[in-house]
Design a protein around this ligand. Sequence first.
Ligand code: F3S
Ligand code: F3S
Length: 105
Amino acid sequence: TYVIALPCVDLKDRACVDECPVDCIYEGERMLYIHPDECVDCGACEPVCPVEAIYYEDDLPGEWAEYYKANVEFFDEIGSPGGAAKVGVYNFDHPIIAALPPQET
Ligand code: F3S
Ligand code: F3S
């Protein structure tokens, strides 16, 4: 799967959302999350993020390793909706993101 990391927090450019052929990039309060089971690893989202927040899981920089967990666990209670557009914006974040101080954007 692909993973969204720290640079997305408090920025949410959303350019990635328009590129995803399976609509598996879901919006939380402070960042967006890629659904690990719905993502088909097409890679279309990665180059369009203006702040390089998106990585293939094996290429995630070490300091952002916990974002793999954050993307996966965000869906623990949500399950697999099968499309982000219809569910809209979730008004919460993974605890790792919720605990971050405001990010300069
Ligand atoms: Fe975030 Fe980049 Fe997408 S800032 S919303 S991962 S385009
Ligand atoms: Fe979508 Fe990016 Fe995966 S475009 S299918 S989230 S690699």
